[in-house]
Design a protein around this ligand. Sequence first.
Ligand code: ATP
Length: 320
Amino acid sequence: MVKRKLSIFCFTSPRRGEVGAQRRVRGIDISVLALKPPTPNHTPQGEREYITPRSCCEDDVMSSPDIILRLSNIESYYGPIMAIRGISLEVPRGKIVTLLGANGAGKTTVLKTISGILDPQKGSIEFKGQPIQRMEADRIVRLGLSHVPEGREVFPFLSVRENLMMGAYPRKDRDGVASDIQRVYGYFPRLRERINQPAGQLSGGEQQMLAIGRALMNRPTLLLLDEPSLGLSPLLVKEIFTIIKRVNEEQGMSILLVEQNAKVALETADYGYVLEIGRVVMNDTCQRLMQSQDIQEFYLGAKEDGARGERRWKKKKTWR
Ligand code: ATP
């Protein structure tokens, strides 16, 4: 007999008492693992001064007194490696904010730090006015913050329905959960068609829909989305982003979006931050970012030939 064993990467993070517990779902042994790695012993030396980016509320388009998420001078490390260096940013309630940046700029680390997967070594994070830095990931989920990780991380041996129910893990209101699962099927009819199919058999696009649907099952007020377009065809990217926009408009859900496809991200979001080597180097409304020559050349593929046919950004070492 083939014995199937699964270690859970649980984006809702298990409760303290459940870490190390074993469960059996449809003949599969599931071990519940803690997500958060131990905080490294490394202690940064001395105080650094960071430039705080202009608040997004200073822009007319974004004027909103209600900031749902505020990061102030956050530093996060992987062991001795400093991955983000004093990042400050804001997400106003009901808006979509995007993080742009090259590979390794620190976008995923910012999301992991917000959702409590990583503890920051310095700085503060306020969610709905409450400090959440160094809070356990499961408590952050219960406050209404869901994270769709890069690479989807669906539970491959569980069915579509079971995956969605895992997203409702912190909830007790059965009626609310039942109506929300129908709402998710409304957004993603393909998931309804595959309700009993193991998630591992779904296509990449369907798995992305499932990962977003699972996060929505927590009825979050803030959704963190990491690279939802990764590996998907242009048609599917369009479909998924249309739904992201719908969720934002219909439910007033605030969204922090990390996306390599800068064109789609800037068209979808209201406000954007550009990261470079762990720092914010530019922030503005997406409308204005799209008009910026650096953004057009570096992220949108526009080519402006100089006297010797060189691209301007190739001559720049950094953004500032
Ligand atoms: P990508 O678009 O490629 O996902 P990113 O902007 O999301 O990039 P991060 O994944 O946040 O960047 O990485 C930021 C920095 O931290 C990089 O220098 C990366 O090499 C480093 N890093 C990321 N994960 C780890 C890890 N588990 N251990 C050590 N270093 C890491």
